[in-house]
Design a binder for this molecule. Structure first.
Ligand code: G3I
Length: 451
């Protein structure tokens, strides 16, 4: 992952010096039987749910972003890349590149994809708002059909219509080109068109400020009840769940999810973020997770981003990982609420491994390290090893493993790519390049943990 592209000149210089400087030093051979930590995705899977995140294609080149995504999440939602202005900026010309990047990344790693979103008043190109009614109807249906067919069979749930109701107490539909020109029936029409385009995808209505029982959620509830009674195809309702101190997790959150589920639809938490920090933020996150788990038809949770630094409201630090990808108290609260454990929980009897470090190459500005992980006298199913650098050293690239970093950026925890099982006595190795930034110190290799 994240391999550096070397220039021709530097590549030649490297090959001259590599052999001369090659040194091999076994610095660490440690073992413990501590069990590897659970992840959000694995803990949620234990409860029959997915745990997803919004992803922006722009950041897929950033190593800690990708490693956190790959390690922790089992579902992704493209944050902006499937919206109308991204895929059909000009009428009839569809551009799927950025969204495809996300979809391919996810499906290639066994993650699911939520489609977001087909019919929404925002991020709508101006050509759509300029159309007359009959043209708008065919543009809407064509958009739904083309986009869904492009990813046919690849999207587990689509937000077919997003945010079609007004805030406040009116219970009315929001004014939009669709509402204003096509009337109330546009939502039903969008769902029927969507069902025909990809019958395997679950079709969701998605909105915010509908998380508790209120006038807006009542209006959505009435629409869903009507759809179910008339056979309009709808499978799920998304509750965005953007919370902060002015809009906290409602006390009737679970009851509200349950009443929708009782209509015969799945419910999903689709854009969860909670502004705040520390214990109060952690408690709110925990309450949301526990509410979902208490509702059988709450099939998964998606947080609206991985790291605070890329949140749409970064200043509110609303996510589970801080700007350095360190796990926040909110992370631990979510993991615990999902029944997972971050401390290993006592280990697996007999499972053990050793980690042995080798400096495999060195240049004036950087060196390569290789760590060999060997199973003890019993087979293991996974392992992890920490590598601690001396600041201001930085890891610039890694291979044969999935890294994550602590908040300082100095401690890298390496886990296997995919299947980490090793037979008794068998070994594997991972590697990394360290930019010295003035320090030639060797890394310190922590205990190898196995389960
Ligand atoms: O990519 C351009 C960049 O090139 C340009 O320089 C910059 C200047 O403004 O804009 C960038 O695009 C921004 C885009 O996010 C990517 O960062 C848009 O301006 C900005 O409007 C857009 O905001 C998105 C917002 O939806 C738009 O309504 C947020 O990322 C996205 O998180 C947010 O997501 C919505 C859900 O789709 C629906 N529910 C609410 C949720 C939060 O607002």
């Amino acid at each position: 992952m994240g391999m550096i592209k070397w220039g021709r000149r530097s590549r030649a210089a490297l090959s001259l010096t590599t052999t001369a400087l090659l040194t091999t030093t076994a610095l660490a051979a440690l073992s413990t039987g501590a069990e590897a930590a659970d992840t959000l995705g694995s803990a949620a899977a234990g409860k029959g749910r997915y745990f997803g995140t919004a992803v922006a294609a722009n950041y897929l080149g950033e190593a800690p972003y990708v490693s956190t995504l790959n390690t922790e999440f089992t579902s992704v939602t493209p944050e902006n890349e499937m919206k109308w202005d991204a895929v059909e900026r000009s009428r009839g010309t569809f551009t799927y590149g950025s969204a495809d990047q996300i979809v391919n990344h996810a499906l290639g790693r066994g993650m699911q994809v939520r489609g977001h979103t087909l019919v929404w008043h925002s991020q709508l190109p101006s050509w759509v708002s300029g159309l007359g009614a009959s043209d708008l109807r065919s543009a809407m249906n064509n958009h739904i059909t083309q986009v869904m067919q492009h990813w046919k069979g690849k999207i587990h749930s689509w937000d077919v219509v997003n945010e079609a109701f007004q805030d406040g107490n009116s219970g009315a539909r929001r004014s939009s080109p669709f509402q204003d020109k096509l009337g109330n029936g546009f939502i039903e029409e969008a769902f029927r068109t969507a069902r025909a385009a990809d019958p395997a995808a679950k079709l969701c209505y998605n909105d915010y400020n509908t998380d508790g029982v209120n006038a807006k959620s009542n209006a959505v509830y009435n629409m869903v009840r009507d759809f179910k009674s008339r056979g309009v195809p709808i499978d799920c309702v998304g509750f965005q769940s953007h919370f902060n101190s002015a809009s906290p997790v409602p006390s009737d959150y679970q009851a509200n999810l349950q009443r929708f589920a009782d209509l015969g639809v799945d419910v999903q938490i689709t854009e969860l973020d909670i502004e705040g920090s520390g214990t109060s933020q952690a408690t709110s996150y925990s309450n949301v997770v526990r509410a979902c788990l208490a509702v059988t038809r709450c099939t998964g949770i998606t947080v609206w981003g991985i790291t605070d630094k890329y949140s749409w409201r970064a200043s509110g630090t609303p996510l589970l990982f801080d700007s350095n990808y360190a796990k926040k108290p909110a992370y631990t609260a979510v993991l615990t609420a999902l029944g997972g454990s971050s401390d290993g929980g006592g280990g697996t009897p007999g499972a053990a491994c050793t980690a042995t470090y080798t400096k495999s190459a060195e240049w004036s500005d950087r060196y390569n390290g290789t760590v060999t992980v060997r199973a003890g006298s019993a087979a293991i199913s996974t392992w992890s090893v920490t590598v601690t650098l001396t600041p201001p050293q930085k890891v610039s690239t890694t291979w044969n493993g999935t890294p994550s970093w602590d908040s300082s950026g100095n401690v890298m925890t390496m886990r296997p790519n995919g299947n980490g099982s090793l037979a008794a006595g068998a070994s594997t190795s991972f590697g990394f390049t360290v930019m010295k930034n003035g320090s030639s110190a060797a890394p310190s290799i922590g205990a190898c943990t196995a389960s």
